[in-house]
Design a protein around this ligand. Structure first.
Ligand SMILES: Nc1ncnc2c1ncn2[C@@H]1O[C@H](COP(=O)(O)OP(=O)(O)OP(=O)(O)O)[C@@H](O)[C@H]1O
Length: 236
């Protein structure tokens, strides 16, 4: 479970998150919606200690992130908007192995994790390929595999579809659906709710750093308004 308890955060004294409280159960598929600058990225970066609350706290599986950020990082996998910024190695296999290597695991365990993670994103047998030569959709899947190799309980994805064409987007979504079905919690921030509402258990919409809708997809659709369901949201 990921818990936000009254989390407040400011960038250079400009408040971004205001007393955010949320509980995300294991295995939930949660969509984060909201306009540019509403605070989705800032909120999600607290899940594994990339940002630390000014007040309040975030707990992962019962332990405050601030107390044990390494544990939080191994439980909450993060996939950012531009996967290219996330890669640390030239080949698929080396990149996916990087996280487990840093956990100090034995080679055989690392190899098994890499194999499993590549299989989960449909990239089995391609460990030796160079990341720079992959398509955008394949790169997005490598980034997801890198997070999965940590065997996280939750996967956080921040605008993972940016720059992807429709087939690549569908491929990533299919993988997320399968992971969710296997019990991995998915927290997905996206402007584009097309195709994803049907996968979600819950939609959280943010506005000016506050959670303004937290509901089932069906109810959230009724409460959200504006183009593409994306951004203009009423207060609940
Ligand atoms: N590194 C930073 N320094 C200063 N202000 C920042 C920084 N990162 C974000 N902000 C500000 O914090 C607010 C929330 O931004 P955030 O990126 O969390 O929103 P978002 O909902 O994820 O938006 P987007 O959909 O555009 O990614 C915005 O006003 C943004 O300008």
């Amino acid at each position: 479970m990921i818990e936000f308890r009254s989390v407040t955060y400011a960038f250079d004294a400009v408040p971004v998150l205001e007393e955010c409280s949320l509980e995300i159960d294991d295995g939930e598929f949660v969509l984060f919606a909201g306009a540019n600058g509403s605070g989705k990225t800032t909120l999600l970066r607290h899940c594994n200690g990339l940002l630390t609350p000014d007040s309040g706290e975030v707990l992962v599986d019962g332990t405050p992130v601030a107390e044990n950020p390494i544990r939080a990082r191994s439980r909450v996998g993060m996939v950012f908007q531009n996967p290219r910024d996330q890669f640390v190695a030239a080949t698929i296999g080396d990149d996916v192995a990087f996280g487990p290597e840093n956990l100090g695991l034995e080679r055989a365990v690392i190899d098994e994790r890499v194999e499993d993670a590549l299989e989960a994103v449909n990239l089995s047998g391609r460990a030796d390929e160079r990341i720079a030569e992959l398509s955008g959709g394949e790169q997005a899947r490598v980034a997801i595999a890198g997070a999965l190799a940590m065997e996280p309980t939750h996967l956080v994805l921040d605008e993972p579809f940016t720059g992807l064409d429709d087939p690549a987007r569908r491929s990533v979504l299919k993988r997320l659906e399968a992971l969710s079905a296997d019990g991995t919690g998915v927290l997905l921030a996206t402007h584009d709710l097309r195709d994803v509402l049907g996968l979600a258990d819950r939609v959280i919409a943010m506005h000016d750093g506050e959670v303004v809708v937290d509901a089932s997809p069906e109810r959230a659709v009724r409460e959200l308004e504006g183009d593409g369901l994306a951004v203009r949201v009423p207060r609940c």
